[in-house]
Design a protein around this ligand. Structure first.
Ligand code: HEM
Length: 168
């Protein structure tokens, strides 16, 4: 069962990450071309980005996150490297949302919207992907890093642990 979940996770995050990179490159290379100002050019670009985003990349992201979330509890890995990984994944989710926003702008702009230099997002995206892969595969001991975090992030804020979590 775990092997199946992992396989699902790996297949879906691979499609998700490849899709994010593909969208950034596609929008950079084709979204700024003069052909975008012709009806066939606009149609093709719109079709690729809209269906790529809504039918492939976003469903893959949802499946990757759902399978990963189940794996956290199935594997018992709510540990510092996993929290660091989730922080990096949050950055990827933000990029995902930004690309979606640009696709909507292109669609609603009817050819008049000028796509920004989306390719630059790869400068952030690729290190984030590399960081996620390193964290999850090397599983580094981040205790030293946790220790230097501000006190506020270690303090329980004066509240008792919820009763349903108290084993006694
Ligand atoms: C919210 C999103 C995600 C969650 C909750 C999540 C969670 C998990 C969990 C719990 C595991 C099993 C760790 C273990 O027991 O060793 C795992 C494995 C893994 N995840 Fe994710 N993950 C997420 C997104 C991603 C993304 C975006 C990537 C790639 C960029 C990724 C790459 C991997 C890799 C490479 C493995 C190792 C698989 C193996 O053990 O061979 N994950 N993930």
């Amino acid at each position: 069962m775990i092997a199946l979940l992992k396989a699902l996770h790996i297949i879906s995050f691979s499609i998700w990450m490849a899709g994010l990179m593909m969208l950034a490159v596609l929008m950079q290379v084709h979204g700024r071309r003069p052909e975008m100002r012709t009806q066939p050019g606009f149609d093709e670009f719109r079709w690729l980005t809209h269906y790529g985003y809504t039918a492939v990349v976003t469903p893959a992201a949802v499946i990757a996150i759902a399978a990963g979330t189940v794996l956290i509890f199935a594997q018992g890995v709510l540990v510092p490297w996993m929290l660091a990984k989730l922080t990096a994944v949050a950055g990827l989710v933000l990029l995902h949302a930004w690309l979606g926003h640009l696709i909507v702008e292109v669609g609603e702009g009817h050819g008049s919207y000028r796509v920004p230099h989306v390719g630059l997002s790869l400068v952030v995206m690729l290190p984030l992907i590399g960081g996620v892969l390193w964290l999850v595969l090397a599983k580094p001991d981040l205790d030293a890093l946790i220790a230097v975090l501000p006190d506020i992030l270690h303090a329980p804020r004066g509240r008792d642990i919820p009763a349903f979590l108290d084993p006694l």
